[in-house]
Design a protein around this ligand. Structure first.
Ligand code: HEM
Length: 419
């Protein structure tokens, strides 16, 4: 019997172009056509199994069956992740590295980051006066300052925009070919050189890293063999803290768009109902397109629900499609924060930042930080300021361009304190 006979096959030689044309809906569209949660196709000439839905997510996060080694393409490692970093590790070595990240997320440290983000926004509000600003870029700057201060990384005033943009360009490269990809590589090279220098200064005693900061933890981290990370790897992992904090600018632009498009949500955010604030944040993370899918490789042959998986197969898990699965989410294409009142909290049905367990698996260690950063920001935008959203901008959200964003970056004007 040919391998994977029971997995529905897409009848095409290669789907790479279709993926570029359909973006976030590529996997969902085929699951619908084939009436299956999984299907086999070819991308860039390679056999790939694509899956969506909570059951598929549960399978994907089984470390006995899947590994990350060899899953992330070099082009993603040279832009988004950094080469050979935590995203590509498995087993005990991965868990040990993961504890390093989780140790930064204790309640006192998360509280400090919230305070820093609040201060940076308040500083911005004062500086904006009445002119027009692109909220996405302003949020990148706010988060870059806060992330660096929180992590113990010195940042000069005049370098804020360049550093923030570099972190943004690494993220902007993940679904890109051509210019955007090369911008992402350049941005990573610049950022790694900058952070390598800082790690070197700490290790040579020329810069003091305060205990509890990411700079201190990463500069002094030892692997399971007792060796320090080389400066290159240390800089990559510190960037794996800074870059994703700045990436919250995308969710901030989407959240502002939600307040604009669904004005009842803005009114609800103004009632002071804390539970609603969290529901709003969760719905922003579920509804809008950011992370499209994740990849892993089959460890060794196995059969699951009658489907045969072969050692080495590349498997993609659809994050966006799982967050819009109509079996889990009623009217998934409606923006409705209240749905989270009812949500039972499965680790596999709501996976904007990955699924499973953050300590033992690859789930994002920064999910709590993300939720808190967004809560603070939306609270400020709803309750401390008023602004006008000019009509002469393109607020459309593409489901083809990856990563997506409101096209104009969400321009606001006439920002003033809320009376
Ligand atoms: C914009 C908000 C964020 C999004 C959309 C996001 C998304 C994700 C996703 C989809 C993964 C992959 C999960 C997997 O491979 O199974 C991930 C992993 C990761 N994230 Fe986040 N993340 C965000 C914020 C953060 C923050 C704030 C931090 C750190 C402060 C962070 C650090 C990481 C790290 C280190 C990993 C690799 C974990 C591992 O491989 O074990 N992320 N994130």
């Amino acid at each position: 019997m040919p391998a994977n006979q029971s997995i529905p096959h897409e009848k095409t030689l290669d789907s790479s172009l279709a993926l570029l044309n359909e973006g976030y809906l590529f996997i969902t569209n085929r699951c619908r056509e084939l009436d299956s949660d999984l299907f086999q196709t070819r991308l860039l000439g390679e056999k790939v199994v694509c899956m969506k839905g909570p059951e598929s997510a549960k399978l994907f996060y089984d470390p006995e069956r899947f590994q990350r080694k060899g899953a992330a393409p070099k082009r993603i490692q040279k832009t988004l992740f950094g080469q050979n970093a935590i995203q590509t590790m498995d087993g005990k070595a991965h868990q040990h590295r993961k504890l390093l990240f989780m140790s930064l997320m204790n309640p006192a440290r998360v509280e400090l980051l919230k305070i820093l983000i609040r201060q940076e926004w308040q500083h911005k509000f004062g500086a904006w006066k009445q002119g027009r600003v692109v909220l996405f870029e302003e949020a990148q700057d706010v988060l870059c300052r806060a992330a660096c201060a929180w992590s113990g990384v010195p940042l000069k005033e005049e370098e804020v925009r360049e550093r923030a943009k570099d972190f943004g360009d690494m993220v902007d490269a993940f679904g890109a070919v051509g210019m955007r990809h090369w911008n992402g590589r350049r941005a990573r090279r610049r950022a790694e050189a900058w952070i390598r220098e800082i790690i070197g200064q700490v290790r040579e005693g020329k810069l003091t890293a305060e205990e509890g900061t990411a700079l201190h933890a990463i500069a002094s981290h030892r692997d399971l063999e007792g060796n320090m990370l080389d400066t290159e790897m240390a800089s990559i992992e510190l960037i794996n803290v800074l870059r994703p904090i700045v990436a919250n600018a995308t969710f901030i632009a989407f959240g502002a768009l939600a307040m604009h498009d669904y004005p009842e949500t803005l009114l609800n955010l103004r009632t002071g109902d804390e539970a609603y604030k969290e529901q709003f944040v969760q719905e922003v993370r579920r509804f809008y397109p950011f992370g499209p899918f994740l990849g892993a490789r089959v460890n060794s042959d196995f059969t699951w629900a009658g489907h045969e998986f072969e050692e080495g197969d590349l498997v993609l898990l659809d994050l966006y499609g799982t967050n819009h699965d109509e079996r889990v989410w009623e009217n998934p294409n409606e923006f409705k924060p209240e749905r989270f009142k009812e949500w039972a909290g499965s680790p596999f049905d709501f996976i904007p930042q990955g699924g499973g367990d953050a300590y033992t698996g690859h789930r994002c260690p920064g999910e709590g930080v993300t939720i808190e950063a967004l809560k603070v920001t939306f609270d400020l935008l709803a309750n401390e300021v008023e602004y006008n959203v000019p009509d002469d901008q393109d607020l459309s959200v593409s489901l083809v361009r990856m990563p997506s964003l409101p096209e104009s970056g969400f321009i606001i004007e006439q920002v003033k304190p809320r009376s």
